[in-house]
Design a binder for this molecule. Structure first.
Ligand SMILES: Nc1ncnc2c1ncn2[C@@H]1O[C@H](COP(=O)(O)OP(=O)(O)OP(=O)(O)O)[C@@H](O)[C@H]1O
Ligand SMILES: [Mg+2]
Length: 305
């Protein structure tokens, strides 16, 4: 399965959520690839705490070089072997593979992609789809060249038959809801660009689900003595739900949501059960990632309404 992670805005939690999703799939025994297609800022190595590729690979053999034809094979980094976090190196025999395909250090956004680049992209995605149960591709935000590149690649005959899912990340605010809706449904958005690339728009839309990230509690404990604030928060939450439904981001289009997590507020990382057991991370956060992983693989999630 190919999973494309994108968002209209930057800083939505796209990468942190995707890397936690990858981790949860891996501990449940699935082989997972994480491909860094955030071309302008290839920092996926930092999420998995791999200092040697924190800002992409310094050897210039990452996905940028691969797509440009400067290296025949894209560099792969075995997260379970080289992460600086000891617990990630001790996952045990039941866990699957977890392999990062980093970008190049100093690599930049592609301005356009010619047919050769699209062809190489298709070849890479096809090979990874054969090797891994789930291939998560973290795309640059917005209506980017990365988005168009994978839309063109997945429209090619060799990829058309593969299962592809689109995850759209957004924060739980007015601006983010409108932006996420625009990215999918608006002009030059996913559906329109996909159609121009040869996709069936309805089929493409069926493969799209939204993820709300870092959602604050609508009834935080601190508001017990402040009924006016408590009422205001509840009303805002209800208004956001109405806005989401009106903009086609309602419950039926949702893969799930993640709660505001203090650990992630301070630091981008994988939330492991040991962080919950140590009472550092909230149990609800670990649960949310496990549930996202379950829903992603559950065919019922992707039934047409
Ligand atoms: N559930 C959460 N609770 C609190 N903070 C979170 C949560 N999820 C993500 N964050 C934080 O939000 C910030 C942005 O997240 P992240 O880098 O994943 O976003 P992004 O959409 O990939 O951004 P970019 O466009 O820069 O690549 C990070 O500091 C991250 O740790
Ligand atoms: Mg990111």
């Amino acid at each position: 399965m190919l999973v494309f992670s994108t968002s209209d805005k930057g800083g939505t939690g796209r990468s942190v959520t995707s890397c936690n999703l990858a981790y949860r799939l891996c501990v449940s025994g699935r082989n997972v690839a994480y491909v860094d297609f955030d071309f302008g800022s290839p920092t996926a190595g930092a999420l998995f705490e791999i200092s040697s590729v924190e800002c992409g690979t310094p050897q210039q053999d990452g996905v940028h070089s691969y797509l440009l034809g400067e290296t025949g094979v894209a560099a792969r980094v075995d997260v379970r072997a080289v992460s600086d976090r000891p617990a990630l190196r001790r996952l045990g025999p039941k866990a699957g593979k977890l392999v990062l395909f980093p970008g190049d250090e100093g690599g930049a956004e592609f301005l356009t992609a010619d047919e050769t680049i699209v062809g190489r992209c298709a070849e890479l995605l096809h090979a990874l789809e054969q090797e891994f149960k789930v291939v998560i591709v973290d795309l640059s935000a917005g209506r980017s060249a990365a988005l168009e590149l994978v839309l063109r690649a997945t429209a090619l005959p060799q990829l058309r038959a593969l299962t592809a899912r689109w995850l759209i990340f957004h924060r739980w605010t007015r601006q983010h809801i409108l932006a996420a809706s625009g990215l999918v449904h608006g002009s030059h958005g996913l559906v329109q660009t996909g159609k121009e690339c040869g996709h069936d728009p309805l089929e493409l839309l069926d493969s799209v689900r939204f993820i709300r990230t870092a959602v604050p509690q609508a009834t935080p404990l601190g508001t017990v003595d402040r009924p006016a604030q408590a009422a205001w928060l509840l009303e805002q939450n209800a208004a956001l739900k109405r806005l989401a439904s009106a903009n086609r981001l309602g419950a039926s289009t949702l893969l799930g949501e993640t709660p505001m997590e203090p650990v992630l507020h301070w630091r981008e990382q994988v939330i492991m059960d040991m962080d919950v057991d140590a009472k550092i991370a909230d149990p609800a956060t670990a649960l949310a990632y496990t549930e996202l992983a379950r829903r992603l693989l559950d065919p019922a999630t992707w039934e047409r309404f």
